[in-house]
Design a protein around this ligand. Structure first.
Ligand code: KG4
Ligand code: ZN
Length: 346
């Protein structure tokens, strides 16, 4: 029985998770979101200080929920990147201290591999191979994932400009919604008409790169539309704009993901990351995957956005696979590309 603790501090969520034999037995999450709200984005120094204050209590809460003490932990995993440098440093320092105190190995983990592994917590081991769509605040990628911790991760395509979550957040700002805009747009859109405004679908024309994404044109189109309405003195139909924008993003994401399944002959699609919490994305992906004969997996809502459980899940896979542990000089890699689940930044 292997018990692995995971620590996540790459952005504004302080997360600790405890995984025993692939099953989540304890977790705790604290967020400094409210402290960033008035700045319209995450402020690195505020996030780092909040992690410092929240990590100890989160660790205690997660271990208590798991019904174990530190002595029963077999390994510690921590997000080494990508993310905010100051925020990552707090998690790394804490993880090293716990690893030394408990006399157990330390594993640096790639944050995005954590998002992928989040799906295993409810649904068990990932199909090998599978197509993975990662849609988070900073990244949008279509991947071929085989053995998540043993094999290199292939990128079929990435975003050429804004990430999907970033587009949600920027459009949220244009519509005067609180930060981050994603969940608010999701909520607003339920009362709106998805067909009200025909916003552009990026890189969907014949001849465009099939698996790359572009959302900056869409974001600009929404901003122009709203500006024109304001100039003309007509009230901005927030729900319609939100629903139409969301539909454009979802349409592109699902189209390209299913095209990737068709092109690779892979009938398993996994959608992960913060934007995978989007209700319309979950709905459209489920409908179209079924129609295309593709099996779809999306993590439970609370494991889509950042958490410690997902890092523990990767750490657990690394530990049981016998992967080499990291040295205590493990450093942060704020802009790490996703090539392997283990992240050895020295
Ligand atoms: O994965 P995540 O928690 O953090 C990063 O690694 O970036 O993703 C955060 C992103 C934000 O851009 C947020 O607006 C978006 O996920 N998000 C959503 C929803 N919930 C979170 N976007 C659309 N609909 C949602 N329900
Ligand atoms: Zn994330």
């Amino acid at each position: 029985m292997a018990v692995v603790v995971g620590i996540e501090t790459s952005c504004d969520e302080t997360g600790v998770g405890v995984v025993r034999d692939g099953e989540l037995i304890g977790s705790a999450l604290a967020s400094s979101l409210d402290e960033h709200a008035r700045y319209g984005g995450v402020v690195p120094e505020i996030a780092a200080r909040a992690h410092l204050e929240a990590l100890g209590p989160c660790m205690d809460a997660a271990l208590t929920q798991a019904g174990i003490t530190g002595e029963q932990v077999d390994a510690v995993a921590v997000t080494a990147g990508p993310g905010l440098a100051t925020a990552l440093q707090v998690g790394l320092a804490a993880a090293k201290a716990y690893a030394i105190a408990w006399g157990v190995p330390l594993y640096g983990v790639h944050h995005l591999a954590g998002h992928v592994a989040a799906d295993t917590l409810a649904h068990g081991p990932l199909p090998n191979p599978c197509i993975v769509l990662i849609v988070s605040g900073g990244h949008t990628s279509l991947l071929v994932v085989r053995d998540l911790v043993a094999d290199p991760i292939d990128h079929l395509g990435d975003t050429l400009d804004d990430a999907a979550g970033e587009a949600f957040d920027k459009v949220g700002r244009v519509l005067g919604l609180p930060f981050p805009g994603g969940p608010w747009i999701d909520r607003e859109a339920t009362a709106g008409d998805r067909a009200a405004i025909a916003f552009p679908r990026g890189l969907m024309r014949p001849g465009d790169p099939p698996f790359e994404f572009s959302f900056s044109g869409l974001k600009t189109a929404v901003a122009r539309w709203v500006e024109r309405a304001e100039r003309e003195g007509t009230p901005v139909p927030t729900a319609d704009v939100a629903a139409s924008f969301q539909e454009a993003v979802v349409d592109v994401l699902v189209n390209k993901s299913l095209a990737a399944c068709a092109a690779t002959g892979c009938a398993d699609l996994v959608i992960v990351g913060g934007v995978a919490a989007n209700s319309r994305l979950r709905e459209v992906a489920a409908e179209r995957a079924t129609a295309a004969g593709v099996r779809l997996r999306v993590p439970a809502l609370r494991y889509c956005t950042d958490n410690g459980a997902m890092i523990a899940a990767v750490g657990h896979m690394l530990f049981v696979s016998g992967a080499p542990a990291d040295d205590l000089d493990l450093g942060a890699d704020p802009s790490a590309e996703l090539r392997t689940a283990a992240l050895r930044a020295g």
